[in-house]
Design a protein around this ligand. Structure first.
Ligand code: AMP
Length: 215
């Protein structure tokens, strides 16, 4: 399948994605994870992306589109993928359409996780992530068994720099102004699957699986 998962920061995209990929055989392609890996490894791309990410802004389209195009071609030959965090604006969506131009089929579905802003702010203010495996925890709702340590891989949990309150506000503004219009863009193409992302992670994963089964 060729899938996109979208929604505001903290909607649970990264939490739901592994289950969807396991069920469908898709490769999980997260632009946020790719940027964070580049920052960790101090690549030129990481250094450039970092200045935008720290401010809660979008990394420029040219850089982002080039990175995604290369990954799609190299890692999954343009097929069997779940894009998480891309596209984030209409020009990125148009670039993705261009990628499939001339092929018999394009995207199969776009999963939209809907979560109210108040819940997003409370989720992100307590979020801790494992920089080694990407697992996500929350001081209010999903604590690790051992304080500060990842249950999955034993890594040391950190607070993402862009989860600070001011940056979260910018990220939400960017989402509403630039990314939310994509819901209409894909709805007009008959691809949008709207899922209530305010449920528990297990219930969201189940709703997504049910929606995909209906395709
Ligand atoms: P995420 O982990 O998806 O919340 O992404 C973290 C940050 O990476 C975002 O706030 C952006 O600064 C940057 N980013 C991720 N995906 C994109 C994208 N498709 N276009 C531009 N910037 C992105």
């Amino acid at each position: 399948m060729r899938l996109i998962i979208m929604g505001p920061p903290g909607a649970g995209k990264g939490t739901v994605a592994p289950g969807v990929c396991k069920a469908t055989g898709c490769k999980h392609i997260s632009t946020g994870d790719m940027f964070r890996n580049n920052i960790k490894n101090q690549t030129a791309l990481g250094q450039e992306a970092q200045t935008y990410i720290q401010k809660g802004q979008l990394v420029p389209d040219e850089l982002t589109i080039r990175m995604v195009r290369q990954t799609l071609l190299e890692d999954c030959k343009g097929d069997q993928f779940l894009l998480d965090g891309f596209p984030r604006n209409v020009s990125q969506a148009e670039a993705l359409d261009g990628f499939f131009a001339g092929q018999e089929r394009g995207l199969d579905a776009v999963i939209l996780l809907v979560v109210p802003d108040e819940q997003i702010i409370s989720r992100l203010s307590g979020r801790m992530v494992c920089p080694d495996c990407g697992e996500s925890y929350n001081v209010n709702s999903r604590r690790p068994a051992k304080e500060g340590i990842c249950d999955a891989c034993g890594g040391k949990l950190v607070v993402r720099e862009d989860d600070r309150e001011e940056t979260v506000k910018s990220r939400l503004d960017v989402y509403h102004s630039q990314s939310e219009p994509l819901a209409d863009y894909y709805d007009r193409k008959g691809l949008l699957l709207k899922i209530d992302g305010s449920q528990s992670p297990e219930a969201v994963t189940q709703s997504v699986a049910d929606a995909l089964r209906g395709l």
